[in-house]
Design a protein. Structure first.
Length: 542
């Protein structure tokens, strides 16, 4: 292993040579305008579904769904709607069930969904309801003095599906949820006003799916409820609809405010609109894009006859947009990390609740240590798997792992993590260390999300020897028509790479299991005896 005193200098040299930014979320390059002078769509080409966006002063804040990943309910901030960074999380862990700890089942595809973010009376408020049955699905209301936190639980209420919190001009709080349902909350936000539950609209005959993802604003005395509509009639597509009224107890009118395909993919919807300090309006909607997940798009909003119509003059999501504000520093949500800090960066999330005494940034300064702490049969039940988003149009990331302290039966490595996973696994087998590239596919029960089987196809193996470190690299290609391909490599020096395993492994998005885009994931688990560990030197975007 290289001397840690030379580590920083060597890494800086490599980064400068490769012209790497400190945080690199690649965006699609368009020839129409220089990249630095335009906002490229997708605005965030990574898994950032179910957005809610508000503006407080000169800063936009965005929340998204991350389900079983912890900490959860990420809060992202931007000054210009182009450069986003993660500034906090609404909670560190959820503790309603041992399933959040990968015990007695899992919460893959469950957990935190569709958080609503508001700012009222000098405080930030967030409402979310885990996609669960029974008490695990009870709604949380959190509050914080600033978006970065600390957030505290204010109350627990009955389950509200895909809900939004809304404060009227006089401070009266409401929840809009499900398919056209609403209710009034008590002033202290700790209960539902008796008799206030009602439907404010009925869906049309061909809207046989749910109308979900409600977001509500009030503009110039009119209330606007925005929802995604799933329609199955000929010539109609997934779309964003809007209901409006001047009286919450009155009749609501309906209009389609966005029905647009984009970028070689199908139609998009679900999100919200937000204004700027200058009075302009923008729409933020997500689009399903296969293995990379659900990406965010940015559109102008034109107010026509009192309706917030999204898209360009043809009602389409544009490829590029002029910047809202120029001169802002580049910020991203996927970041390099040399693990020199004593705190884990906000760009990381654990798969389920972490076991805090089984990882460290201080046991060996400058390295992330992942310790095995219980024996598990497979990757999908491994605690303390650490993730970041894969992203488009292409991405490449590598980790450097010191595996010298692994025990017999330990499995550690780097993978494109999802219900279908392409994995690079270092396995300790007696005195030998083997690197395997495998394809893994998990089966889960519908209700408990319990792991019933992991189908593992071994594609290629290589025996490793001194030195006791190896670089593992995964490249992703999420360009239209490229089949969401991932390719896998290893290196003994971080410079010369050898491809291993499946060529163009396909990353899969499956709403029945994980319901998320593919993640870069670092893992270490024991299959025979706990107590071993790996040291991760750095995570590098190439």
């Amino acid at each position: 292993m290289k001397n840690h005193n030379n580590k920083t200098m060597k890494m800086k040299t490599l980064l400068l040579a490769l012209l790497l930014p400190m945080c690199a979320m690649a965006q699609e390059n368009q020839p129409l305008q220089p990249k630095a002078e335009s906002i490229q769509n997708p605005m965030l080409w990574a898994d950032v579904p179910d957005p809610d966006v508000i503006r407080v002063g000169d800063t936009f804040y965005l929340v998204s769904t991350t389900m079983h990943l912890m900490p959860g309910a990420p809060v992202m901030a931007s000054k210009d709607l182009k450069n986003w960074e993660t500034v906090g999380y609404i909670f560190d862990k959820l503790t309603d069930s041992p399933k959040y700890d990968l015990q007695e089942g899992t919460v893959y595809g469950r957990g935190q969904w569709a958080t609503s973010l508001k700012y009222h009376d000098g405080k930030f408020w967030a409402l979310l309801a885990p996609n669960e049955q029974g008490p695990m699905g009870d709604t949380y209301i959190f509050t914080a003095p600033k978006a970065e936190g600390p957030w505290t639980i204010h109350s627990r209420l009955r389950h509200f599906h895909d809900a939004t919190l809304f404060f009227d001009d006089d401070g009266t709080p409401y929840v809009f949820f499900g398919t056209g349902e609403m209710c009034q909350l008590t002033r202290d936000l700790k209960g539902v006003v008796e008799g206030s539950l009602r439907h404010y609209f009925q869906r049309e005959a061909d809207e046989r799916g749910l109308l979900e993802g409600t977001r509500v604003i009030k503009h110039r005395g009119t209330y606007y409820a925005q929802l995604i509509s799933h329609v199955y009639a000929p010539g109609r597509h997934r779309r964003e609809v809007c209901y409006r009224t001047k009286d919450l107890n009155g009749t609501w009118e309906k209009n389609v405010i966005l029905e647009s395909d984009f970028g070689g993919f199908s139609y998009l919807a679900q999100g919200t609109i937000v204004d700027t300090e200058d009075g302009d309006w923008y729409g933020i909607m997500f689009q399903d894009r296969g293995g990379v997940g659900r990406v965010l798009t940015l559109s102008p909003v034109r107010w026509i006859d009192g309706w917030p119509m999204l898209g360009d003059e043809n009602g389409k999501v544009p490829d590029t947009m002029r910047p809202y504000k120029s001169g802002q520093p580049k910020k991203e949500i996927v970041c390099n990390d040399d693990f020199s800090s004593t705190k884990l960066g906000l760009h990381w999330q654990w798969n389920h609740n972490p076991i805090d005494n089984a990882w460290s940034l201080t046991d060996r300064p400058g390295f992330l240590r992942l310790k095995t702490n219980r024996v598990v049969p497979n990757l999908y039940l491994a605690p303390n798997t650490l993730t970041q988003r894969m992203f488009g149009p292409t991405c490449s990331a590598a980790v450097c792992i010191d595996y010298s302290k692994m025990k017999d039966g330990d499995c550690a490595g780097f993978c494109a993590f999802n219900g279908d996973t392409g994995a690079l696994t270092i396995k300790k087998k007696g005195k030998k260390v083997i690197l395997e590239m495998s394809e893994q596919k998990v089966s889960l029960t519908d209700r408990e999300k319990a792991v019933t089987n992991v189908d593992e196809k071994l594609v290629e193996t290589v025996e490793l020897s001194n030195p006791k470190t190896v670089w593992l690299r995964i490249d992703g290609d999420f360009q239209p028509g490229h089949n969401d391909a991932a390719n896998f490599y290893y290196s003994l020096d971080g410079q010369e790479w050898t491809q291993i395993g499946t060529n163009n492994y396909r990353c899969i998005f499956d709403y029945r299991r994980f319901f998320m885009g593919s993640k870069y994931a670092i893992f270490n688990y024991a299959t025979k005896k706990s107590g071993g560990y790996i040291d991760v030197d750095e995570f590098r975007l190439l």
